[in-house]
Ligand binder design. Structure first.
Ligand SMILES: NC(=O)c1ccc[n+]([C@@H]2O[C@H](COP(=O)([O-])OP(=O)(O)OC[C@H]3O[C@@H](n4cnc5c(N)ncnc54)[C@H](O)[C@@H]3O)[C@@H](O)[C@H]2O)c1
Ligand SMILES: [Zn+2]
Length: 244
């Protein structure tokens, strides 16, 4: 069955949350897709501050591999549909992503909050030097160091157990405040609804009066929080739902 598009008009505001599933059709595996394991290690072990303290070279190997993979793939029609609806809605649109692969930006999205950081940004684990672009795929076994202070660099990623950047949450809050009094829509795609606080965004949006849609390949953990659930692939469904 072809789903009806969201009833967006020139007064509507749209907040979107995407997760790893949106990049699956580009060839970027979801954590679920790899059973939560990387070389037999639980992903939480290589994507956590404790994992980095214990074995920084292993963590850099994991992220270098992901950098190489993400550089090798292309945005898919799901990413493209979100970039197109941004052009249509302008400041009435905000895209919040849990993905770190950079594919939304490559597809043309710019009103974008990268909730969990970016694979192609690094920062110093010690000094106040600001995060900087870094596409380097480091050789296995190596750990890059800071040009300023010599301490270890780390990926600019929000790891398991770490706090989100307050500026991300403030941007979402400000968007919802500006949307007050206008028709508001919330659309989540390709996310299992298991990782908080992102999984709670649907509730925040609904308290702000939003009508909510979920597009996901499998039933998500928080599916019952949505008004409309559409099961299937985001690369096929997002262009239909967004009418672009
Ligand atoms: N591409 C990336 O940047 C990437 C990849 C893996 C994990 N992560 C990180 O892992 C965490 C995992 O949470 P999550 O909820 O984003 O991912 P997840 O792996 O927990 O869940 C992905 C969801 O997407 C669905 N899915 C798979 N293919 C799909 C498709 N083609 N169309 C629609 N849905 C599809 C699955 O059914 C699943 O429910 C996030 O914090 C994220 O930062 C990011
Ligand atoms: Zn430093």
């Amino acid at each position: 069955m072809v789903p009806a598009p969201l009833p967006l008009d020139d007064q509507s505001w749209l907040l979107v949350l995407t997760g790893a599933g949106v990049s699956a059709e580009s060839g970027v595996p979801t954590f679920r897709g790899i059973d939560g394991l990387w070389r037999n290690f639980p992903v939480e072990q290589v994507a956590s501050p404790e994992g980095f303290d214990a074995d920084p070279a292993q963590v850099w190997e994991f992220y270098s591999e992901r950098r190489a993979r993400a550089q090798d793939v292309l945005p898919n029609p799901g990413h493209a549909a979100l970039a197109a609806v941004e052009v249509r809605l302008g400041e009435r649109f905000l895209l919040v992503t849990q993905n770190v692969d950079g594919l939304h930006r490559r597809a043309g999205s710019s009103r974008l909050v990268e909730l969990h950081g970016n694979l192609f940004t690094s920062r110093c684990s010690k000094c106040a030097r600001p995060p900087f672009p870094d596409t380097t795929v480091y050789p296995a076994g190596s750990v890059p160091s800071c040009d300023v202070c010599g301490a270890r660099l780390r990926p600019h990623i929000v790891w398991f157990g770490e706090m989100l950047d307050e500026r991300s949450l403030a941007t979402i809050q400000a968007f919802l405040e500006r949307a007050q009094g206008s028709p508001l829509f919330f659309l989540a795609a390709g996310t299992s609804g298991a990782v908080y606080p992102a999984a709670g965004l649907v509730d925040v949006a609904r308290r702000g009066g939003a009508k909510s849609w979920l597009v996901n390949a499998e039933p998500a953990d928080n599916a019952h929080h949505f008004d409309t659930v559409v099961r299937g692939k985001s690369g096929e469904l997002l262009p239909l739902l967004l009418g672009v």
